[in-house]
Design a protein around this ligand. Structure first.
Ligand code: G3H
Ligand code: 13P
Ligand code: NA
Ligand code: ZN
Length: 328
């Protein structure tokens, strides 16, 4: 059944679990995520970025979500816009059946320039007001994702040494978070704690200097009733790096967010955990393996089926470790 983010995260908070939000671009990802949810009786958030919407087409995505719901009527499914950049993106998502939108006002509408606090509050409050009129939920973001090791942020001017972002920009301020949630009335708050998108998050296994879980605890103390969201939450498991590299990949050694750190976050108010990179790596490893082990193969299903199985197993592991399993 289709469910809003607010409904789902209220339940998660009441029962002390977290919900993975897996990114989706195509049918195979949808099938694998829902198969995992069904296998362990978990509610789930499926999210589409602007890139996913233009890749798959809004109509295709909407009908696919409808099909997944019809195939799995007992699984609560929240359909979420990931990183909406302006009001129009958020509203068109809702028109296509999304039950939740992220208005990412931490960046300007170009999704490259860091925004001022006042801009963020104003645009997020507008989207929240409009979304709530029609029963959809809203996630806002305060703080810019990026590496505490290099100061390189998501924002364009965070690249390179001279444009490096400060710790003030890369870590959400707990007092400002209270003000932001009060002013915008968001249903969930994405925070910045040293994670970044993609596979290259940390050059070593992260400690508190570069993955600031203590910031989450401080925010949760001030906002005990606000659902927190962790972006950039892929764990970049060593075994997925190894499969890719064993079959011709050339991924340099890298480190993601250990699952136990996410579990710690869940004990301190994190309810939505965004994961895309791990899903991509699970599938890509199998594409490479099949291509290498059977170079005569050309049936796409022979590549996609093992990729779906690997994605399903990854999703299942996260449902179990985040405590989502058994809550459908
Ligand atoms: O926020 C980033 C997500 O991993 C989506 O990535 O914009 O390449 O679809 P994308
Ligand atoms: P990862 O790149 O760590 O999977 O993060 C995904 C994300 O935050 C999507 O919004
Ligand atoms: Na999001
Ligand atoms: Zn994100």
């Amino acid at each position: 059944a289709r469910i809003t983010l607010r409904q789902l995260l209220d339940h998660a908070a009441e029962h002390g679990y977290g919900v993975p939000a897996f990114n989706i671009n195509n049918m195979e990802q949808g099938l694998a995520i829902m198969e995992a949810a069904r296998a362990c009786d978990a509610p789930v958030i499926i999210q589409a970025s602007r890139g996913a919407r233009s890749y798959a087409n809004d109509i295709m995505l909407a009908k696919m979500m409808e099909a997944l719901i019809e195939m799995h009527p007992a699984i609560p499914l929240c359909i979420h816009q990931d990183h909406g950049n302006n009001e129009a993106t958020c509203l068109s998502a809702i028109r296509h059946g999304f039950t939740s939108v992220m208005m990412d006002g931490s960046l300007m509408a170009d999704a490259k320039t860091p925004a001022t606090y006042d801009y963020n509050v104003a645009v997020t409050e507008r989207v929240a007001r409009m979304a709530h009129w029609v029963g959809a939920s809203v996630e806002g973001e305060l703080g810019v994702l990026g590496s505490l090791e290099t100061g390189q942020g998501e924002a364009e001017d965070g690249h390179g040494a001279e444009g490096a972002l400060s710790h003030d920009q890369l870590l959400t301020d707990p007092d400002q978070a209270v003000d932001f949630v009060t002013a915008t009335r968001v249903d969930a708050l994405a925070i910045a704690c040293g994670t970044s998108h993609g596979a290259y998050k940390f050059t070593r296994k992260p400690d508190g200097d570069i993955l600031a879980m203590q910031v989450i605890e401080a925010i949760h103390e001030k906002l005990p009733n606000t659902h927190l969201v962790m972006h950039g939450s892929s764990s970049v498991p060593q075994e997925l790096q190894d499969i890719i590299n064993e079959y011709g990949g050339e991924m340099p050694q890298t480190f993601g967010v250990p699952v136990e750190e996410i579990e710690r976050g869940i004990r301190h108010g994190v309810r939505k955990v965004n994961i895309d990179t791990d899903c991509r790596m699970a599938m890509a490893g199998q594409f490479r393996r099949v291509a290498t082990q059977d170079p005569r193969e050309f049936d796409p299903r022979k590549f996609l089926k093992p990729a779906m199985d690997a994605l399903r197993d990854l999703c299942r592991d996260r449902f179990e470790r985040f405590g989502t399993a058994g809550n459908a």
